[in-house]
Design a protein around this ligand. Sequence first.
Ligand code: KIV
Ligand code: NA
Length: 278
Amino acid sequence: KTPLNIVKMKKMKKEGDPITMVTAYDYPTAQLAEEAGVEMLLIGDSLGNVVLGYDSTIPVTVDDIVYHSRAVARGAQSTFIVADLPFMTYHGSIDETLRSVKRIMQEGHAHAVKLEGGAEIADTVAAITRAGVPVLAHIGLTPQSVHQIGGYRVQGKDEQDAQRLLNDAKALEAAGAFGVVLELVTEDTAAMITGQLSIPTIGIGAGRGCDGQVLVFHDVVKYTSAYREKRFVKTYADIGATIRTALEEYVNEVKTRAFPAEQHAFNPDQEALDSLYG
Ligand code: KIV
Ligand code: NA
């Protein structure tokens, strides 16, 4: 199967073939996602929350994104990889913005970048696109602006807000974005926007009418110590509980000297593997 690209994505929209995307922040997850047939991976700045333990995406840096993106790119060499531009890295000069984009592409080995914002960042989207870098736009609930929005609120609830989001989506499409993430947008508004664009919409908490779906990996598999139910998420495994149980057993077996056992120990005619890890 050939990897997804932005030309193919437009065709998938036309044909009604849903685009699948999940976040990934490390090598083994990227490998597993690729093996599972996920078509597009996102090094989201949600890594701030789910991997680094911050309470928002605001502290995430270009260094963080590059570090994680490199690992993902090594794990998923046949998958389309998008990386987030972090907070305040695309609101200064175009030169400064392009320097961050360059690092994410060259050092992070991403194939595209994602930016949060509407018509007000259309010029920035156009500049990045002109540099040959595909841009995935992101409107609706934009977590980098959470303090301006006043919380993680559902967007597009009334006619006026739906129109605002549509105008933003149209401006981003005109600026050259290859797709638009719609986050926490009411189902009708998201479907309306999807119908008005020639580029695909990728929804998260945006209902059934989008051209594709994205979720945070740690939500999909409940990879956390205390999962908080979210209406827009479906969990497909409980990895958190599996990991906790495994580690409890490990602690118990070391304490009781059940591990290591004879089969885990070396005598002089036994060797370890060529590579110990991976
Ligand atoms: O950072 C992230 O995970 C995202 C997705 C929620 C779209 O931006
Ligand atoms: Na993000």
